[in-house]
Design a binder for this molecule. Structure first.
Ligand SMILES: Cc1ncc(COP(=O)(O)O)c(C=O)c1O
Length: 391
């Protein structure tokens, strides 16, 4: 079932790949917790030896993850940040790496405070404009890393056009696809070399597994990543792999419902007099609506726009009162789960970013980031309406 060329639909494969019955007949993939595996001889070359290198439940998950992104290879990590670290660890002093300016704050911290002594020349760039990328590329450029859409302002980068530049210049292209999930965007099909996910988000879908993944087509890149992963040791645990394999079976249903709810809510917010600005790539007023429609589509080729909305409320809305009135919408960081979550990037995810930088980026104190779940859309709208009311 792991052959990416088979003709089944995405929703069918997400249930079946990695979930074949095993030799016991178990219809659900078992959890193999063993860290070590009995070998037939001292010179054996068995598939499973020690679980940091390979283990059966994780292997099943990786088959499924590869299928989700139409990839030849997938590696499951202990977090999205561990997956991200593995990508950046591939490079040596003097190499130049271009990164989207508006990446997730943790990636910014990784580059500026953890990898700042390793000699790689990391450059943060506004990648919404392809001309900026063309100008920044030089003979030492080895990787372009895009986060599209970005967090929390939902800015897009053009994956196809960037991949053309990369191919001409022998540069790898990696995409953080966390915000769209493999259901909503498949970057390898658009020319990327590596897809990264915080599988903590849509792939887990229930806010109960911390994990990450890299999906890759090229054998040499895959070998490098595998070496880094099993040497550095940031592998996902068998139990978390099992939970992810269970979650992924419902990815098509969950994520499409989240996207549908989000579109409805974005339109409602857009017509609300207490909301001064709505950022959602599915609104025709979004300045990259066309690009979103061309590179973000569901497995049955319908344009999709994600389930993240950023919006600003006017100064008449008291945010402390707003927060206290929430009942089904949870005030919390993270995203992509069946449960709706709301956060204030200014004081939460981006608290450590200097004030003037936040304002320059458009992260104002009254900007809210909404991750829409699968609750009934009318319940979500009436709660937002109540939270913004004067009562
Ligand atoms: C876009 C994006 N990339 C990467 C990460 C890091 O993933 P993790 O928290 O699983 O390490 C996050 C976490 O919020 C994220 O939002």
């Amino acid at each position: 079932m792991s052959n990416k060329k088979d003709k089944l639909h995405f929703s069918t494969k997400s249930i079946h790949v990695g979930n074949d019955a095993d030799e016991t007949g178990a219809a659900v993939t078992p959890i193999h917790l063993s860290t070590t595996f009995k070998q037939p001889s001292f010179a054996s070359t068995e598939e499973f030896v020690y679980s940091r290198v390979d283990s059966p439940t994780v292997k099943r998950l990786e088959e499924n993850l590869a299928m989700l992104e139409n990839a030849n290879y997938a590696y499951a990590f202990s977090s999205g940040m561990a997956a991200m670290t593995a990508i950046f660890t591939m490079f040596k002093p003097g190499d130049h790496v271009i990164i989207s300016k508006n990446v997730y704050g943790g990636v910014f911290r990784l580059v500026t405070r953890v990898l700042d002594n390793n000699g790689v020349d990391f450059e943060f760039l506004d990648t919404t404009d392809i001309e900026n990328i063309k100008k920044a590329v030089n003979e030492n450029t080895k990787l372009i890393h895009l986060e599209t859409p970005s967090n929390p302002l939902l800015e897009l980068a053009d994956i196809r056009s960037t991949s053309e530049i990369c191919k001409k210049n022998n540069i790898l292209l990696s995409i953080d696809n966390t915000f769209m999930s493999p259901y909503g965007q498949r970057p390898l099909d658009l020319g990327a070399d590596i897809v990264m996910h915080s599988t903590t988000k849509f792939i887990s879908g229930h806010c109960d597994v911390l994990s990450g993944a890299l999906m890759i087509n090229d054998e040499k890149v895959s070998e490098k990543i595998k070496l880094i992963q099993n040497t550095a040791g940031a592998v996902v645990s068998p139990f978390d792999a099992w939970l992810l394999l269970r979650s992924v079976k419902t990815i098509s249903l969950r994520v499409q419902k989240q996207f549908d709810n989000a579109k409805h809510i974005a339109e409602w917010l857009d017509n609300n007099p207490k909301v001064t600005k709505v950022t959602y790539p599915g609104l025709p007023s979004h300045n990259q609506f066309e690009l979103a429609s061309q590179q973000q589509f569901s497995p049955d080729n319908k344009p999709v726009y994600g389930s993240m909305i950023s919006f600003e409320v006017d100064s008449s809305v008291d945010l402390d009162k707003f927060a206290k009135k929430l009942n089904i919408i949870t005030l919390a960081e993270s995203l992509g789960g069946v449960k709706s979550l709301i956060s204030c990037p200014y004081s939460m995810t981006h608290a450590s970013v200097p004030e003037d930088e936040k304002i320059k980026l458009g992260i104002t104190p009254n900007l809210l980031r909404f991750s829409i779940g699968i609750e009934h859309v009318e319940d979500l709208i009436s709660e937002l309406d109540f939270a913004m009311s004067d009562n």
